[in-house]
Design a protein around this ligand. Structure first.
Ligand code: ATP
Ligand code: MG
Ligand code: MG
Ligand code: MG
Length: 470
């Protein structure tokens, strides 16, 4: 028996509702009252005030399916079977209510009985000193000791500076030998795609005073996270998260546009997967009100969009294609996220405009970059100067990491420090030219970032000279 992504999401939430959890819809990707985070990256992140006790939760047991963005994983996207910059995280949470025993039992019950994964392919890991979790897995669930992996602080202890922290227990799924790296020591914990981490159970039981002294918390919490796409790839027994029902529809759409067949050429496959992933990220980000810009979240969005555009070029897709793909994202995910359907026109519009802007200069930029490469080759240089990288950014809208990525494949690096310096010089020149920092009592940058007539195509406020306007 197999289940679709939208079914699995519901099965998870129904399961935890039956265990008396309050089901809450996904919070926005934009953090609320949290300056420590640019984008929500876990189910726990928007619930932080309940964990720290700053706010009283509506119920001491909650479960969500949370939209997450992890741009830190961008290098992995397209290359591993299991990483996206966007994914959905299923999670059950206890704020001073149940603890390890229930969390472990329920995770096992859900995986083996509700969705029916083969127990012989599941492997738990525990923190090396967490005898309590080990005993529960071993004695109560009945997993032989040799199948339970003990890992150290690096892997199985959740901690961010001082404050609440604790050991975790992760559940891995053996996807089969054919996905292994073939090394003799390949086992749970190996970076390859055979043993896939599916679910992380964090047991927040200590308080770190900031000097490495741990005391037991009075209120112990449970925070768990399971990637919905990874769960689906195990349940559907497919090669990667890009082969599960919803993602496959999108991937097939990319292939149709490009006129290429998946699994013919590894290099095109990477581009196909990158586009498949990035279009999901940008669709969800825009639906949560994030707009392309040259800083913060807006810049993350812009980078992802432009990266998707460039991979479209690599595949030979002509002209605009992103908003069409965006419709497939909406179609596949509106079940779980009705806001996608409600904001459809708005989302398509934003994507379409941004794509137009980049399309205007991308070919020119790629041409200029090829010239720069040619010159460097003649001189035997392997580092692109900061000024050149800045020119590509400033005039052709190439985010620095896009330039880096294009050159990386050719063994060329970029003088990033030089790039930052060029940016700084430009900023100071702009500031000096403006002469004033304040326009009708407001920070001038506010106007520049919202008024499209002031902000030119690729150039953010920090690089513009507006002597006439101000
Ligand atoms: P990995 O080691 O595979 O990068 P992680 O340890 O960084 O995963 P956690 O922070 O423990 O992940 O997040 C909880 C769960 O969320 C993971 O067990 C996994 O199922 C899922 N997950 C994490 N990162 C991603 C990603 N980039 N794409 C898809 N799912 C993810
Ligand atoms: Mg990770
Ligand atoms: Mg991990
Ligand atoms: Mg983990």
């Amino acid at each position: 028996q197999t289940y679709g992504v939208n079914e699995l999401r519901k099965m998870f939430l129904d399961f935890f509702e039956s265990k008396e959890h309050l089901i809450h819809k996904s919070y926005s990707l934009v953090p609320h009252n949290d300056k420590s985070l640019l984008l929500i990256n876990s189910g726990m992140a928007p619930l932080k005030p309940y964990f720290t006790g700053q706010e009283i939760p509506p119920k001491r047991r909650m479960a969500t399916c949370q939209k997450c963005i992890r741009t830190g994983d961008i290098e992995n996207v397209g290359k591993t079977a299991r990483h996206g910059t966007f994914f959905e995280m299923l999670g059950n949470f206890s704020f001073g209510d149940y603890f390890k025993r229930e969390a472990i039992h329920w995770s096992w019950e859900f995986l083996t009985e509700v969705v029916g994964l083969d127990p012989n392919r599941l492997y738990p890991s525990v923190y090396v000193d967490d005898d309590e979790a080990f005993e529960i897995w071993n004695k109560e669930i009945g997993i032989p000791a040799k199948r339970i992996f003990k890992f150290g602080k690096e892997d199985n202890f959740w901690e961010h500076g001082s404050g609440p922290c604790g050991p975790c227990s992760e559940i891995y799924y053996d996807r089969g030998e054919k996905y292994g790296c073939g090394r003799p020591d390949c086992t749970v914990g190996c970076e390859c795609d055979r043993y896939m981490e599916v679910w992380n159970n964090v047991f927040t039981q200590f308080d770190n005073d900031g000097h490495g002294n741990y005391s037991e918390l009075e209120q112990k919490n449970i925070d768990t996270g399971m990637g919905l796409e990874r769960l689906a790839s195990a349940v559907q027994d497919v090669d990667s998260i890009f082969d599960i029902d919803t993602m496959k529809a999108l991937r097939d759409h990319v292939c149709r546009l490009a006129g290429v067949i998946y699994k013919k050429d590894e290099k095109s496959d990477i581009s196909i997967r990158v586009i498949t992933d990035h279009i999901r990220s940008v669709t969800f980000m825009i639906s949560d009100g994030i707009m392309p810009s040259n800083e913060g979240r807006g810049y993350v969005l812009r980078r992802l969009l432009r990266r998707a555009c460039r991979h479209g070029r690599i595949l030979g897709i002509d002209g605009k294609f992103l908003s069409g793909l965006c419709e497939t994202v909406i179609g596949g995910s509106k079940d779980g996220y009705p806001e996608l359907e409600e904001k459809r026109d708005f989302i398509l519009n934003v994507i379409s405009k941004e794509e137009d802007q980049f399309n205007k200069t991308i070919d020119q930029g790629l041409g200029i970059l090829a010239e720069m490469e040619g010159e460097m080759k003649e001189k035997g240089e392997t580092v692109l100067s900061g000024d050149h990288a800045f020119k590509l950014y400033d005039t052709y809208g190439f985010p620095l990491d896009l330039t880096k990525e294009i050159l990386e494949e050719k063994g060329i690096s970029v003088d990033e420090e030089g790039f930052q310096k060029a940016m700084q010089v430009q900023r100071e020149t702009a500031r000096a030219a403006r002469g004033v920092t304040n326009y009708m009592g407001a920070d001038v940058t506010v106007y520049e970032s919202i008024d499209p007539s002031v902000t030119s195509i690729f150039v953010g406020y920090e690089t513009l000279i507006h002597t006439s306007k101000v």
